[in-house]
Design a protein around this ligand. Sequence first.
Ligand code: FHN
Length: 471
Amino acid sequence: MSRASLASFAGTASMEISRRRRLFSVAALVLLAISSACSTQKPIDAWRAMRFGMFVHCGPVSLAGTEIGWSRGKQVPKEEYDELYRRFDPKDFDARSWAKLAKDAGMRYLVLTTKHHDGFCLWPSRFTDYDIANTPFGRDLVGELAKACRAEGVRFGAYYSLCDWKHPDYPLDSPGGRKKKPKPNMPRYFEYVKAQTAELIERYGPLQLFWFDGEWEAPWTERYGRELHAHLLQKQASILVNNRIGKGRKGMEGKTKEGTLLRGNFDTPEQRVGSYERERPWETCMTICRQWAWKPGDRLKSLAECIRTLVSVIGGDGNLLLNVGPMPNGKIEARQADRLRELGAWVKRHGKAIYGTRGGPYRPGPWGASTCRGRKLWLFVLRWPDAGPLRLPKLDARLVSLRSLDGGVRAEKTMHGLSLMPSTKQRRASSTWIEMTLDREVLPLEPVEVRWTSGSLAKGGRASASNVYER
Ligand code: FHN
């Protein structure tokens, strides 16, 4: 190669190197910006963006196949229930497989019952002998699962019951406290709660959250809640807590109204889809079967039920915490695991319309639900009218484009908004996914009801006024 061409080759090469260096530094700056944006995201916003988690109700009660806590002194005599731990040996427990199942299900966080109302502790606690260290299993189930979740990139949270029907210092010995303990000492029990929750953070933290429960019973007070919250924030400033740390939760609707009572970071509707709410974070907790803990032959929710629940919850701007109850051998029952993997495949396909989205602006209803992010708006049509189109009311925005990602839908702009007409085949589909692009950010738009007429007129049934779906 001549000197001249060598020089020009070298010149080109050095230009190429500096071009790559420039590209690399731009890429590095972009990554830095993304990572700093993520790291500056508030914990509650990061949690809400995850939208979907796994709840796990686990304990020696799985040997009886009855409900955790609640069956103590009912289906299972207290003395027998309190001795189950001596036989508790989940030999096939594999923390990594639980964490991987959560991930395969599309669940971005996992909440484990570290201590339920029965008082048994799934970790070797310095403050009690009624714990996993004193079972044939002997291993630190909480520690192994926290580690496995970290390895799988699944955030880990601890369910902890504030009531404890076994602990001698907690005044009540059963739901509603039919009988009192002989020498209760609630102030000392409160110290035990503080010590154990601090122990869970120190041993397994940083935890994403504490999922408190059992607050409804008389011995727990707002004052205890406030003191416990301050105590935990001192241990871990980023810790999230649900509204059950205080006394304001209204039943299974799970909301703590704005006011003087301690609300924690999110509300907790239980075994139901929470009402549409975008101001206050909330999470529906629900069983994939009927029982929270393991029950042989329990009824398992269908895939369609799981999808409808997930869509309706995130469409209402909530998170879904879907519960499994592991078997006494430590495995999650194959049919529950299969259902979760089926659900995971659906979630994976629809992920861009789930993770990091907000609910609305079309409010959820029998028709389905919607989510949004930026100028994108996604519809999940879960049930078309029996005949005719689904009519969507006007939004205060211009529709730039619409794509039916499952096909089979014809869209028409009308003076009232949008008319979506499915093909015969699509009308029977369990879910139809449609992506819309608007001319502006979607989140600020005023939410609207979708007037959904089941089309019973088509069957000559009684005239059904259009059903505005009230949550
Ligand atoms: O009594 C518990 C029940 O066992 C379960 O843990 C649910 C989950 O949130 N919470 C309580 C019932 O409200």
